[in-house]
Design a protein around this ligand. Sequence first.
Ligand code: XMP
Length: 470
Amino acid sequence: MGTGIRIVGDALSFDDVIILPGLSPVEPWQVDLSAKASRSVGLGIPLVAAPMDTVSEWRMGVALALLGGIAVIHRNMPIEEQVEHVKKVKNHPHVVLHSVAVEPGDECCRVRDQLRQWGLRDVPVVAPGGELRGRVRLTALMGCSCGTPVAKLVEPAVAYDVAAVEDAKRAVIDGKTDAAAITLERRFLGAVTFEEAVAEYRPVVDEEGRLRVAAAVSPFDTRRAEALDGLADVLVSDVAHFHNVNVLSAAARLARNLVSDFVAGNLGTREGVLDTLSRIEKVDGLRMGIAGGNICTTSGVTGVASPTLHAVAEARAALVELGVASSETPIIADGGIRGSGDAAKALAAGAYAVMAGFLLAGTDEAAAPLLRIGGRLYKPYRGMASRGALQRRYAADRYSRVSKKVEEGIEGLVPYRGPVRGVVEGFAEGLRAALGYAGASSIPELWEKARFARINSRIGAYVGTVKTEL
Ligand code: XMP
């Protein structure tokens, strides 16, 4: 006799398991974190920024590609705007540019205070339209009588074309300027500061040496996909339930003619992956996980979910069944990654990269304004099916499909975490240590070596659970 409820199996989540340590010939510094976002797009670290309008626009795209990851530019904006964000990443030099500049009309005493705050001895002067007018030095500002516009104190700029970024770095290191202006067709793009001049990056680049970037598309939005195809390195399907006959048919039509890689998703089951791979000719990656995200309310609203860890294992099972290598059709684990521990589990289960929104939302490069509330700094973070995000979508794109009337995400604030570089470096160090414990020197080796065990209680103080400030 059955129970009356048809249970088809267990669906494990990150907190249900741990990776068991193994005999290790590997030190963390020997670990190679090379990963893949899709069939032909390799990464230096297994990190993909989620296509969310409080996370991934061109700034996140540039920063992550410089650090070895990739961002998926969100689609909650008109097509032309999304194309512009992708182009900005593609045309960006291999350095983070800071938007430190003042305007010719700015009042000199205020500029003097601003320079002190920035810790700079000079700064580019840029007209409101973006034309570089020169630079102003702190020494010239010291004796100025308050009220004088900076225009009166402007000297020739220390400026370099975008192609000569290395010369700009040298100028900063040699002390010719603290903020070398970078221009494209005489327009100010940003400034190289000392911190960036000495920073070492291992950027992820395409065959022409341009930074890699991905873009989100709906399988129904042919115009958007056509505009982005060949420009973005990867087009990432951005629908909540890809295992739907209409979505599968639309994606099959769309993917057939694409030049860029195409990542299908979101999917949650082995059957979903098998149907996807049998019905769609071109699938260059799988975005796995349903309702596992930190801002998701789908499981509460609908009772439906496929936790990210489970979804990854399901995809791996489908690939094994088909005899497809996980390095050929990479799995991206999407949703609920709180830090490197969750990411290590997702990778150990078969993913080649993890997609993260929450993890990156509090950083400078995230596409949301910095807010000061009660003396503390925050950044807004919201689900793409939250009320605010849906309102923006319908305002931006009148062709967007209204397929559901319920909200499936929340809007909130996350603590400010500074430059994304610090977050990514901590994440990579955590992963190196994880692979070291598991005795794996690379992610493919982790797939072979990792052994999981179920746990029934928390082990130690998990990332994010301990309040250090009382
Ligand atoms: P994290 O946990 O990294 O998750 O913040 C990011 C992923 O969450 C998904 N996403 C949503 N899921 N309602 C949902 O059920 C939403 O409003 C929503 N917005 C984003 C998406 O897969 C993303 O990559």
